[in-house]
Design a protein around this ligand. Sequence first.
Ligand code: DAH
Length: 343
Amino acid sequence: MQTMQARLSEILQEAKTQLENSKTISETESIRIKYLGKKGQLTEILRSMGKLSPEDRKVLGQSANSVRKEIEELLEKKFDELKKIEKNLKLKLERIDVTEPGKKISLGTKHPITITIEEISRVFMSMGYSIAEGPEVETVFFNFDALNAAPNHPSRDLTDTFYISDEILLRTQTSPVQARTLLKETPPIKIISPGRCFRCDTPDATHSPMFHQVEGLLVDEGVSMADLKGTLDSFAKQLFGSDVKTKFRPHFFPFTEPSAEMDVSCFKCAGKGCRVCKGSGWIEILGCGMVHPNVLAVGGIDTERYTGFAFGMGVERIAMLKYGVEDIRLFFENDMRFIEQFK
Ligand code: DAH
């Protein structure tokens, strides 16, 4: 009995000192368990009181309960105190300094091909053209037949074109949008169509199996080769500078008659001859011509009343010339060091 009383005051003393030194909530919680928990030291004493006489049990019970109460009160005080400290610390840590400079948001850059398509589109839109779109997965009919391509035209070859089935392919040019537009709309028609094209080419400095073109089509009454030349000459001056000259060389395309390729005088050397124009002073930039009556007829257009011109250009080629890029593969490797130069 005496020793149990002594043990009780010992427990109280110990608990007091430990609580005084406790610095955290979890430490305090383990002190609570150590003394008041199911297997705690005080609980153990209360449990062992069964062996005592009823009188002793009463006296010791009272002492034990008052020790318990005291420890409980100390615990409560400690928990309150620690919670307050924790809260103040949290407030301090989470304080927002509104005068701190904001985090820098780094804006992405447009891809040089997108920039070039937008530049080309802006010129034609300023001349009243609107933008038409067509599918990248096309039918043989729109990619070849409707465009007057002869049955033995070389680009129809399995080795040149990605076929999905006998009738379906990845378009090799944006020209099928001409046929689609002619079927859908009635003259006057004035559209350009930028988009992705595909050909079975092994990648090298100037070839990529995926590339971009911008197609153009104008159909109206009384449209002549003079309109074509005027339009494309004005386009070249707006894109490459007002000093450039243009020249049209006869060429062949199945969907235009007559057909031509347009060259611009070299904007690097002003026609004197340099590396960019390979010494010739001229750079080829697009194909064009007067829309073949067979193509107009596919769209049900009255070929006695209407005529039109069309043109098509490679976006990568124009971007390479404009920005002095020497390898087409750079556009598709997505190396940010390359792309970020076009900010
Ligand atoms: N589709 C031609 C090609 O991929 C480019 C072209 C030439 C388009 C003449 C035209 C055009 O609309 O009239 O090489």
